[in-house]
Design a protein around this ligand. Structure first.
Ligand code: SF4
Length: 336
């Protein structure tokens, strides 16, 4: 039986942080190691340009950064194909074909797109670009070009996969059964709050700890994390459930440590500074092997290029096979 092909990806707009790690990266490594799947990861530079069209340097500079993050957390290019979206022109072609199968009203109703447009008012004002509104169409092209059958996503991304499935069904009903309808699987990852307690961790919010942050930066950031505001003195009785330090202890510290933090905080027997120092130490020991591996790749950029070239070559081959079937079905296979 052939392995299920998984397609995932990230927009290269910045280095990856622990929110990405717990949200999707960790489960990508786990799925890769199961050996039951054939994972593809796309570095979505074209998609990144939909809301960074005026800043191509940012996208370009972050392609390698994101790939180094992947490799440093254990994505293995021998098991996972890592490739650059813009080097697969077939996905751009498919996007054009699929754009006939989606209405503007349907795109405007997509809840994920609606939320993102609202968050990007600064960039778009009242009038969103055709490219941004249509990115679910290009995402459908990314998935189907690779014959993706399994797409791990967070709950907020489910409408994008539903949109892709609708496109596939419409295509197949008009041109014949050519495309595979992908299945969304809810990623086992969780959404991680920012250091300030914001529901989202992100660069623009200034509340993220990056996988590549050096030890002293992690220490400083942890010191700035939001704690129980009612705790002024060490012997004030605290509420760890409203403290971001405890929230991160639950991610990085042992059960025993967490129990002690909770108990001592509630009893007013723990100082916040000591509590933060302990957390920073635990985060640093998790990040240390990741930083070391990253350093190895930082010193060898030619390895990154090689991984990307090989991954892109393989992905392109897959996309060409899909395109051949698509063009035949659409009667666009002139002179073949
Ligand atoms: Fe938070 Fe720890 Fe301070 Fe309690 S003691 S409020 S858990 S930092």
């Amino acid at each position: 039986m052939s392995k299920k092909r998984i397609v995932t990806g990230d927009r290269p707009t910045g280095r990856l942080h622990i929110g990405h790690y717990f949200g999707s990266l960790k489960s990508r490594v786990e799925m890769q190691e199961k050996g039951e799947y054939e994972p593809y990861i796309l570095v979505a530079d074209v998609q990144a340009l939909t809301d960074n069209f005026n800043n191509p340097e940012k996208v370009r500079n972050n392609v390698r950064e994101v790939v180094m993050d992947y490799l440093s957390i254990g994505i293995d290019p021998k098991k996972t194909t890592i490739y650059i979206q813009s080097l697969i022109p077939e996905t751009a072609e498919l996007t054009v074909f699929y754009s006939n199968l989606v209405t503007i009203a349907r795109l405007e109703r997509n809840p994920t797109v609606k939320t993102e447009i609202a968050q990007k008012r600064d960039l778009f004002g009242e009038s969103v670009t055709y490219g941004f509104l249509g990115y679910p169409v290009s995402q459908a092209a990314d998935i189907t070009a690779m014959d993706g059958t399994l797409i791990p996503v967070g709950e907020d991304q489910l409408p994008l996969i539903e949109q892709c499935r609708e496109i596939v069904r419409k295509f197949n009903s008009i041109y014949g059964e050519v495309l595979k309808e992908p299945e969304a699987v809810l990623s086992e990852g969780k959404r991680i709050k920012g250091l300030d307690g914001n529901e989202k961790m992100g660069k623009s919010l200034g509340n993220a700890i990056y996988l590549s942050d050096p030890e002293e930066v992690v220490n400083k950031k942890v010191m700035s994390a939001k704690t129980d505001p009612n705790r002024i003195k060490k012997d004030d009785l605290g509420n760890p459930d409203i403290c971001m330090v405890y929230y991160y202890h639950k991610l990085f510290s042992t059960d025993e440590e967490c129990k002690a933090v909770c108990k001592e905080c509630k009893e007013g027997k723990r100082g916040c500074v000591a509590c933060k120092k302990q957390l920073a130490k635990n985060i640093n020991s998790t990040l240390e092997p990741i930083r070391e591996k990253r350093k190895y790749y930082e010193e060898r950029p030619e390895l990154i290029d090689d991984i990307l070239k090989k991954g892109t070559e393989k992905a392109r081959k897959t996309a060409k096979e899909t395109m051949k079937k698509v063009k035949k079905a659409m009667m666009l296979d002139y002179f073949e």
